[in-house]
Design a protein around this ligand. Structure first.
Ligand SMILES: [Zn+2]
Ligand SMILES: [Zn+2]
Ligand SMILES: [Zn+2]
Length: 272
C-alpha cells in the first residue's frame, strides 16, 4: 500500500531562522537567495495513502504548512506530546473539521490529551462550549508499548520514547517510523523498530542536549536500528543543510520542509 510522508516542518521549537539570531544559518534562511532547505518551520509530518491524510502534530506553523502542502481535508491527527511546538496549531483544524460529518479524531497519550484540553479549554468543555470551536474528538492512547490506532487499512503503533524526564509518543506505521523529540529509546520499544524502510529521527544539533538527540547520537541510533533510509528532523540553526548533509553516509539525510518520501504503509507483523 503506497504512502507518501511529507515533511511539513523540520525545525526545532524556535524555528529557523530563530528570532533575533544573526548566525550564518539564520542569515541564510532569512535571505530570499539563501538555501530554502535551511528555512525550518516547527516539526510535523503529513502521511497520505489511498486518498487518506493523517498529520502527526499541529505546531504553531500548521496554518502556513497546510497551505503550502495543499491540505484540503484531514482524516485524523496523532500527537507526540504537549510541548508548544507540537500542539499550538490545533485551533487551525477548525475549518478542516467543519466538513467532517463526524468529529475529526485526535489521538494522544494521557498527559498530552490533558495538556491539549487545558490549552484549548473552550473547545473541550461540556458547558458553554464556544460555538465555532473545532469539531474534534480526543481519543486517549494506552501507555502500553505498541498500542495501536487502525486507520483506513493502516495501523499506527505508539512507540514510547524518552524526552528528557518524560516518556512521549513516537509512531510506527507500516515500514516507517517517526520519532521526534527523543533523548533515548527505551529497550521495550526496540522490537517495534525492526525491519524499517524509513526512520525519521530527532537530531537537534552537534552538541549534546538534555532532552534531544544530537547528530552523533542519532547516527549511532541509525547504525543500531538499521533502517534502509533515515531522515533527521527537529533541527536547530546549528546544522547548515548542505555542509552537514555532505558529512553523512548516503542512507542518512537531513530532512527539509516540503521533502516527500515514499514508503509501504501496509501493516506488518509488528502489529501483534
Ligand atoms: Zn519539539
Ligand atoms: Zn541562528
Ligand atoms: Zn518537546
Amino acid at each position: 500500500m503506497d504512502a507518501t510522508l511529507t515533511f511539513l516542518g523540520t525545525g526545532t521549537s524556535m524555528g529557523v531562522p530563530t528570532l533575533g539570531c544573526d548566525c550564518a544559518v539564520c542569515a541564510d534562511a532569512a535571505s530570499p537567495t539563501g538555501d530554502p532547505r535551511n528555512r525550518r518551520t516547527r516539526p510535523s509530518v503529513l502521511i497520505s495513502w489511498e486518498g487518506h491524510h493523517v498529520v502527526i502534530d499541529t505546531g504553531p506553523d500548521f496554518h502556513a504548512q497546510a497551505i503550502r502542502a495543499g491540505i484540503r481535508r484531514l482524516d485524523a491527527v496523532l500527537y507526540t506530546h504537549g510541548h508548544a511546538d507540537h500542539v499550538l496549531g490545533m485551533d487551525d483544524l477548525r475549518p478542516l473539521s467543519f466538513h467532517n460529518p463526524d468529529s475529526l479524531p485526535l489521538y494522544a497519550d494521557e498527559a498530552t490529551a490533558g495538556t491539549i484540553e487545558r490549552i484549548f479549554d473552550y473547545t473541550f468543555r461540556k458547558h458553554d462550549r464556544y460555538a465555532t470551536s473545532a469539531r474534534v474528538r480526543l481519543h486517549r492512547l494506552s501507555s502500553e508499548p505498541g498500542a495501536a490506532v487502525d486507520l483506513f487499512g493502516a495501523r499506527f503503533l505508539r512507540v514510547p520514547i524518552t524526552h528528557g524526564r518524560h516518556t512521549i509518543s513516537g509512531y510506527r506505521f507500516g515500514s516507517a517510523a517517526y520519532l521526534t523529540d527523543l533523548s533515548a529509546i527505551p529497550a521495550d520499544s526496540l522490537p517495534l523498530l525492526t525491519g524499517l524502510d524509513v526512520l525519521v529521527l530527532d537530531a537537534l544539533r552537534h552538541e549534546p542536549h538534555p532532552t534531544h538527540s544530537n547528530l552523533a547520537n542519532s547516527i549511532a541510533l541509525v547504525e543500531q536500528l538499521k533502517p534502509r533510509r533515515a531522515f533527521f528532523t527537529h533541527m536547530s540553526h546549528d546544522l547548515d543543510h548542505e555542509t552537514t548533509n555532505a558529512t553523512l553516509p548516503p542512507h542518512i539525510r537531513l530532512a527539509y520542509d516540503g521533502l516527500q518520501v515514499h514508503f509501504d504503509i501496509a501493516p506488518d507483523d509488528h502489529a501483534a
